[in-house]
Design a protein around this ligand. Structure first.
Ligand SMILES: Cc1ncc(COP(=O)(O)O)c(C=O)c1O
Length: 393
C-alpha cells in the first residue's frame, strides 16, 4: 500500500515557470540558443559593493546564527530606507529580516489564518502567495481582475468578494505578472475598506524601486498597521542571496518572532552583512542605472508585442513583465508557450501560472533580458504567432 501525503498538496500546483526554465536550460545544453523571456529575476549580477561586503563578511567570520529577527544594523538601515523613500517611521523593532520575500510571506501565512480562513487576492497574481496560505490550510480567495480595473483590487471588488471566512486582503504593487501599481489614492481606499471590515492588509512590495513613471507608494503610508513584504531580490539584484523583510504592527512582533525562531532560526548571516552595502550611494547608483535599462526595455517590448497583435491594454508601471493577451486564432497559452520554446527557442510563461481568469489566453513576457536579445526574442515570438495562427482548437 502506498502512503499518501497531506491532502493540501492536491491544491498546490507546481510553479510552472521553474519547470519551463529547466526545459529551456536543457535545450540550451543540447546546443540551441534559447532566448529567455520567462525569467523572474534581473539579468544583472549583484552590484559590486554588495558582493564585496559579502566577501568581507565571510572572511570576518560572519558565518554563525544571528538574532531570529535579523541583525540590528540591517533593520536600522531598512528603517532609514522607509524614512528616505516613503517618509514613514518604521521602528527597527517592527522589521523582520527573512529568507527572501518568500520567507516573509510564509510568516504572514502562519500568523494570520486559522484553517479554512482566507485572504482576498487578485487573479492573475503571484501563484506562490496562495500556495503559502494553502500550506497552512488557509486559502487565497481569488478575485478576477482585468485591465479595466488595472489588474488590481478595488474597494468595490473587496466588498463584493468578502466572505464570512475572509480575514483580509493580500495585494501586490507593482504586481507580478501585470506590472500594475496602485496609486496612493487607490491604496488608501483599499486600506480604508479593509480597516472598516477589521481585516488584515498584507502588501507585497517586492518590486518597489523598479517603477518607471512614478515611485511606488508603500501601504504603510495609508495603514501603519499593514503587513508589508519586501525583498532584496529584485531592485537590489540579490535573488540567490535569499534575503527580504517583513514589517509588522507592534502587536504582532512577539508572535512573528516566535514563528521566525521556530521556522528559520535566522536569515543568512553572510547575506545580511552583504545587504548592508545595498543602501550605500555606490550601490544605489548601480541599481538606478539598471532600473533605467529596464525602463528602456519596457518601452521597447510593450509596443513591439502590441504590433504583433498581442493585446497589451496597460503599459506596465513597474516590475519587469508584460502581461499580454494572445490574439484570436492562436491556441491556448500553454500550447503556445510550449511550441514557442520547442520550435522557436524562445521561453515565455503561460498565464496559467498566475491563476485561472482568462489564464489560457494570456502570456507573461519578461524583459529581465538584454535589449538585443529581446529584439531577437520578439522576432521569434512573431514567428511563433505566424506558425500557430489558425491552430486554435
Ligand atoms: C510578487 C512576488 N512576491 C514574492 C516573490 C518572492 O521573491 P523572493 O523570495 O526572491 O523575494 C516574487 C518572486 O518572483 C514575486 O514575484
Amino acid at each position: 500500500m502506498t502512503k499518501s501525503f497531506a491532502t493540501r498538496l492536491g491544491d498546490i500546483q507546481p510553479f510552472r515557470v521553474m519547470e519551463l526554465l529547466a526545459r529551456a536550460n536543457a535545450l540550451q545544453a543540447a546546443g540551441h540558443q534559447v532566448i529567455h523571456m520567462e525569467v523572474g529575476e534581473p539579468d544583472f549580477s549583484t552590484p559590486e559593493p554588495i558582493i564585496r561586503a559579502g566577501e568581507r563578511a565571510l572572511h570576518d567570520g560572519q558565518t554563525r546564527y544571528t538574532p531570529a529577527q535579523g541583525i540590528p544594523a540591517l533593520r536600522e538601515a531598512i528603517s532609514r530606507h522607509y524614512q528616505d523613500t516613503q517618509g514613514v517611521d518604521v521602528a527597527p523593532e517592527r522589521i523582520f529580516v527573512t529568507a527572501g520575500g518568500s520567507g516573509a510571506l510564509l510568516l504572514c501565512s502562519a500568523l494570520l489564518l486559522d484553517p479554512g480562513q482566507g485572504l482576498l487576492m487578485t487573479d492573475p497574481g503571484y501563484p506562490c502567495n496562495r500556495h503559502f496560505l494553502k500550506a497552512f490550510s488557509g486559502e487565497g480567495q481569488l478575485v478576477p481582475v482585468t485591465a479595466s480595473e488595472r489588474y488590481q483590487l478595488t474597494p468595490e471588488l473587496i466588498d463584493r468578494y468578502w466572505a464570512d471566512n475572509t480575514r483580509g486582503v493580500m495585494l501586490a504593487s507593482p504586481s507580478n505578472p501585470t506590472g500594475a501599481m496602485l496609486s496612493s489614492a487607490e491604496m488608501a481606499a483599499i486600506a480604508e475598506t479593509v480597516r472598516r471590515r477589521q481585516g488584515f492588509l498584507v502588501a507585497d512590495e517586492i518590486y518597489h524601486g523598479l517603477t518607471y513613471d512614478e515611485p511606488a507608494i508603500s501601504a504603510l503610508v495609508s495603514d501603519p498597521d499593514a503587513f508589508v513584504v519586501n525583498s532584496f531580490s529584485k531592485y537590489f539584484g540579490m535573488t540567490g542571496w535569499r534575503l527580504g523583510w517583513l514589517v509588522v504592527p507592534d502587536n504582532a512582533i512577539r508572535d512573528v518572532e516566535k514563528l521566525a525562531q521556530n521556522l528559520f532560526i535566522c536569515p543568512s548571516s553572510i547575506s545580511q552583512s552583504a545587504a548592508l552595502a545595498a543602501f550605500t550611494a555606490q550601490a544605489k547608483e548601480i541599481m538606478e542605472r539598471q532600473k533605467e535599462e529596464f525602463r528602456q526595455r519596457r518601452d521597447f517590448l510593450a509596443p513591439a508585442l502590441a504590433e504583433l497583435g498581442v493585446g497589451v491594454p496597460l503599459m506596465p508601471d513597474g516590475a519587469f513583465y508584460v502581461y499580454g493577451r494572445l490574439g484570436d486564432g492562436l491556441p491556448d497559452s500553454e500550447t503556445f508557450c510550449h511550441r514557442a520554446l520547442e520550435e522557436q527557442f524562445v521561453a515565455v510563461t503561460p498565464g496559467t501560472d498566475f491563476g485561472f481568469h482568462e489564464a489560457d489566453r494570456h502570456v507573461r513576457f519578461s524583459y529581465a533580458q538584454q535589449l538585443d536579445l529581446l529584439e531577437q526574442g520578439v522576432e521569434r515570438i512573431a514567428a511563433a504567432i505566424r506558425n500557430q495562427s489558425g491552430t486554435a482548437s
